[in-house]
Design a protein around this ligand. Structure first.
Ligand SMILES: Nc1ncnc2c1ncn2[C@@H]1O[C@H](COP(=O)(O)OP(=O)(O)OP(=O)(O)O)[C@@H](O)[C@H]1O
Ligand SMILES: [Mg+2]
Length: 304
């Protein structure tokens, strides 16, 4: 809950109607709002205890559901605190075009979107619609022409490129379209790479990641000695190595048959859920996209 904020408000919870709460969230750029349990509000309760209890409660339960429950059950309880959580990733008014000689292709045309912590979001759209461009822009890899991207409260593209590279290395995992494994390195060496770039060589973690994707006995194989599904598993293990907060996956099942693709998607979704990772996945497959918490569809550079 590092990015949750505790706001002190005075007022009756009953007076915070759903509409008022929605207005409050919008005005403050907040995603979730939670009224805390009334037992935490007694004047005898120290603020520090309050924070600790809140953090525990929020870690366990869906904030939105807690808010609704408290709202219904304790309409007339005096409420002094609201726990609010900002979205983990916030994109605002993103524009991006590419120049091809004299021609300009407008790929992203004013995209705004939020992704909450631990949310699984699928992004779909026709080939060439701008999915990869949007994913890269949100991940700090492709600077937009205008607009902003904020990740965990930090503006991407605002600071030095080395600070941004460090942020990506430590907090983000990537599964690129078409695996992007280095062919002269073994599976284990490929998985070790992000840690080495961050000056953290943690062989044990890399081995654990490979075991988690079912490749404990393939660690010393070169990519050419692995099947497509196995190579994609290596790419997923690599995305997990630095224990990132968010994983961006671009068509992780694009090159695989449907059975292997389903298994890879199961793996990704299970790993994200078990390890509390946020997941943004690009896919053409609307059937797979239904398995996320939310689906986004991009058409002509605009989200539908
Ligand atoms: N570096 C670039 N230079 C010029 N044009 C580019 C560049 N990158 C992307 N484009 C163009 O931008 C458009 C969107 O590309 P993008 O790769 O984001 O599409 P996509 O939705 O991921 O497609 P696919 O499903 O085929 O992967 C395409 O028309 C592409 O040709
Ligand atoms: Mg693409």
């Amino acid at each position: 809950m590092a990015y949750a904020k505790l706001l002190e408000v005075d007022g009756l919870l009953g007076s915070l109607t759903r509409d008022a709460t929605a207005d409050y969230q919008r005005d403050h750029g907040l995603y979730e709002t939670t009224a805390i349990e009334p037992t935490l509000q007694r004047s005898a309760c120290h603020r520090k205890d309050c924070y600790q209890l809140l953090a525990k409660a929020a870690a366990k339960i869906c904030l939105r559901r807690l808010f609704a429950t408290v709202l219904l059950r304790h309409r007339r309880v005096h409420c002094r605190y609201l726990l609010v959580q900002q979205p983990q990733l916030i994109g605002r008014d993103i524009y991006k075009s590419f120049r091809m000689g004299a021609r300009r292709i407008e790929v992203l045309r004013g995209i705004s979107m939020d992704i909450a912590h631990n949310e699984t979001v699928f992004l779909s759209g026709a080939s060439g619609a701008g999915k990869t461009t949007l994913l890269y822009t949100l991940a700090g890899l492709e600077r937009p022409e205008s607009g902003t991207v904020k990740f965990e409260g930090r503006a991407l593209y605002g600071g030095s490129s080395s600070a941004e590279a460090r942020l990506r290395n430590e907090k983000m995992g990537f599964v690129f379209q078409g695996y992007f494994l280095l062919h002269e390195l073994t599976a284990l060496e490929n998985v070790l790479l992000p840690g080495m770039i961050g000056h953290r060589v943690i062989r044990g973690e890399a081995e654990e990641s490979l075991a988690a994707v079912g490749l404990a006995d393939r660690m010393h194989h070169l990519p050419a000695e692995l099947s497509g599904g196995e190579q994609q598993r290596v790419a997923i293990a690599r995305a997990l190595t630095n224990d990132p907060d968010i994983i961006f996956a671009d068509e992780p099942t694009g090159n695989l048959d449907s059975k292997t693709g389903d298994a890879i998607m199961d793996l990704l979704l299970n790993l994200a859920r078990d390890r509390s990772k946020t997941l943004l996945v690009v896919t053409h497959d609307t059937r797979l996209a239904m398995r996320g918490d939310r689906q986004l569809h991009i058409v002509d550079g605009v989200l539908q």
